[in-house]
Design a protein around this ligand. Structure first.
Ligand code: LLP
Length: 430
């Protein structure tokens, strides 16, 4: 199997960032998420360089929903990243990581008044998703004696080749405002006292492995940019969203890179702003493509069962990695303590959750597996821990960051006691 440069096999053990995964699992226990910081830095630089060499005023906003660990946000903040935040929690994470508020964008189709107030209080720009929200924000900003900087989220009505649950730019999704209604909503915003429409935003979906849809979306957006500029809107940023996919199948054909993305999209942006006669910042919001391949999920084999399939029962399931169950998604799997071993048997890797669908990987040809072996699930840095739960009352696992042979916790494991820590006894039960 092709491995990215931060993963390697030495003496039959899988290493990440120069660290032996077998030792990490012994030191911190399993399940365990392990993230290589240097890989994230490398990915971020690739992204920014690909865009910046074509246009100097670029801002890469990390989509914090992909992985909200503060250590990762801090790494990216130190490189100058902004962040797409989708909740008050993500907004606070962005600020705690040291990202300046003007480099955050508060996105979302269903923000509460508390969310909007927090954005206003912290001077974080808001991507507005409806006229109703616009007027609520106008009122909240007015009460706070502030002017809220806003964009509108455009629904470009585009079909994109990805799983239907993560295609966000279809006309039928809950996200954004139909592109033909956009001039009208900016007109309305220009009349509001306490909001300043300074940007425009779209996001067409996730895990997209073709460049053409991004180019199409950029075309739709730049047409709108030109119309809005003619109307007197002074756009200071154009945010084209995230969505570039990654090669979950390691032996598949190469997939588009940030360089391919920039080569196709930036010329459309440049042509659009030239026609409009403006020079706004170009914003993008990658999540998965920045952090996914930085991380492996380590799980211990509890038992092996020869049944309908050869089941390898491990200690991590869809409580910690829901993507296979939720989107039928594929993640490469290795036996971390026999990583060089000859593939001999077909196994299905099953989690400990009380549901038939709790399968991490089906029918994989792997070296012979025994109880106590260590399974590594690859490409789990995006939407892995971030979508975890305590289902079946399983405490969430720890997360470790490695860098050049060093390793440190970036989140402790929850304990059994943590499970009841937020529960309250109703008075009549006392
Ligand atoms: N910007 C906005 C407004 C978004 O909604 C998203 C992702 C992103 C940026 C980042 O997209 P990315 O570059 O990561 O594709 N849980 C699903 C993915 C959901 C994506 C939601 N929005 C999965 O595991 O595949």
């Amino acid at each position: 199997m092709n491995l990215p440069p931060h993963l390697s096999v030495r003496d039959s053990h899988l290493y990440i960032g120069g660290t032996d995964t077998v030792e990490l699992a012994e030191r911190w226990g399993t399940p365990l998420y392990v993230t290589d910081e240097a890989r994230i830095i490398e990915k971020f630089r690739q992204y920014r360089e690909a865009l910046e060499k074509r246009y100097p005023d670029v801002r890469v906003l990390y989509a914090a929903k992909a992985n909200g660990n503060l250590a990762i946000l801090r790494t990216l903040a130190a490189l100058g990243a902004g962040a797409d935040v989708f909740s008050s929690g993500e907004l606070l994470l962005g600020i705690r990581a040291g990202i300046p508020p003007e480099r955050l964008l508060f996105n979302g189709s269903s923000k509460s008044r508390e969310d909007l107030s927090l954005a206003v209080a912290n001077n974080v720009p808001v991507s507005v998703d409806s006229l109703d929200e616009l007027h609520q924000l106008d009122e909240i900003a007015g009460n706070a004696g502030k002017t809220a900087q806003i964009a509108f989220r455009v629904n470009p009505a585009l079909e994109v080749p990805t799983h239907p649950k993560i295609a966000t730019g279809l006309a039928t999704t809950k996200f954004g405002i139909a592109h033909d209604l956009i001039p009208g909503v900016y007109r309305e915003a220009l009349e509001c006292r306490n909001v300043d429409p300074v940007g425009i935003h779209c996001h067409i979906g996730s895990q997209i492995l073709e460049i053409e849809p991004f180019a199409r979306a950029a075309g739709v957006m730049m047409k709108i940019v030109s119309d809005l500029t003619a109307m007197g809107v002074n756009l200071r940023f154009v945010d084209l969203g995230g969505g570039l996919g990654i090669p979950y199948h390691h032996d598949s054909d190469p997939v588009p890179t940030p360089e391919d993305y920039a080569a196709a999209v930036v010329p459309i942006f440049l042509e659009g702003i030239r026609k409009a006669g403006i020079s706004p910042e170009l914003w993008v919001e990658p999540g998965r493509s920045l952090v996914s391949d930085s991380t492996v999920l380590l799980a211990r084999v509890n038992s092996v069962k020869d049944a309908h399939s050869k089941f390898v029962n491990v200690d991590a399931g869809f409580n910690l990695l829901v993507r296979p169950a939720m989107y039928d998604s594929y993640h490469e799997v290795l036996v971390a303590n026999r990583a060089g071993g000859k593939p001999e048997e077909i196994y299905t890797i099953a989690g400990p959750i009380c549901e038939t669908g709790d399968i991490l990987a089906s029918d994989r040809m792997l070296p012979r597996i025994a109880t106590g072996d260590l399974i590594a699930v690859l490409d789990t840095g995006a939407y892995g821990f971030a979508m975890s739960s305590q289902y079946n009352s399983r405490p969430r696992c720890a997360e470790v960051m490695v860098r050049d042979g060093q390793a440190a916790l970036m989140r402790r494991a929850e304990t059994l006691e943590d499970l009841t820590a937020t529960m309250v006894t109703p008075p009549w039960q006392r």
